[in-house]
Ligand binder design. Structure first.
Ligand SMILES: NC(=O)c1ccc[n+]([C@@H]2O[C@H](COP(=O)([O-])OP(=O)(O)OC[C@H]3O[C@@H](n4cnc5c(N)ncnc54)[C@H](OP(=O)(O)O)[C@@H]3O)[C@@H](O)[C@H]2O)c1
Length: 156
């Protein structure tokens, strides 16, 4: 028997939500989760990237165009998710990184970063809580930038 046939799929029958699942780390995770047997909901703002991601993954995936900083969008995402059943895994991965050196930070820049990386993250999790299966997992994607300063070579 081949290894693929003998190894149980670790997410068989599970429902997962991945924000920022239309590219990068989120898309790679969506691929892996589906391979492991999960049904996955992915969201992102760019519809073209969402379509590409859905075509690449091919099965057991639903795409929802959604900006995590917009609470109405999050409600629409979770309205779709709850039709399929309780959430087993939430990967709150959507985020942006745009650096400015201290001294050049504008209010608009601050609001943009915090609306996605802080407000968006918090409400992504909070709005999912009533839909969670007991024992489910919430995974937050972050950055080493939260622990240490990073030289910003492209800031000047
Ligand atoms: N790669 C790294 O070295 C690194 C380092 C530190 C932290 N991170 C964090 O890891 C996460 C994934 O990064 P990545 O490298 O995979 O980058 P990426 O390819 O740019 O992925 C970011 C994802 O988040 C989505 N997104 C951004 N803003 C969103 C919003 N307001 N609402 C919904 N979706 C949104 C993007 O899709 P749309 O643009 O279509 O919305 C995209 O799918 C991010 O949170 C990033 O900040 C990455």
């Amino acid at each position: 028997m081949s290894e693929a046939n003998s190894t149980p799929m670790r997410l068989d029958g599970k429902i997962a939500v991945i924000t920022g699942g239309n590219s990068g780390i989120g898309l790679a995770t969506a691929h892996r989760f589906v391979k492991e047997g999960a049904y996955v909901f992915i969201c992102g703002r760019r519809e073209s990237e969402l379509e590409l991601a859905l075509n690449q993954i091919g099965k057991n995936v639903t795409g929802v165009q959604c900006d995590v900083s917009n609470l109405t969008d999050l409600d629409r995402l979770y309205d779709m998710v709850k039709q399929s059943g309780p959430i087993d895994v939430l990967f709150a991965n959507a985020g942006i990184w745009e650096f400015l050196p201290l001294g050049n930070i504008t209010e608009a820049h601050f609001d943009k970063i915090f609306s996605v990386n802080v407000k968006g993250l918090l409400f992504t999790v909070q709005k999912a809580l009533p839909l969670f299966r007991d024992g489910g997992s919430i995974i937050l994607n972050s950055s080493i930038g939260g622990d240490r300063g990073i030289e910003c070579l492209s800031c000047n």
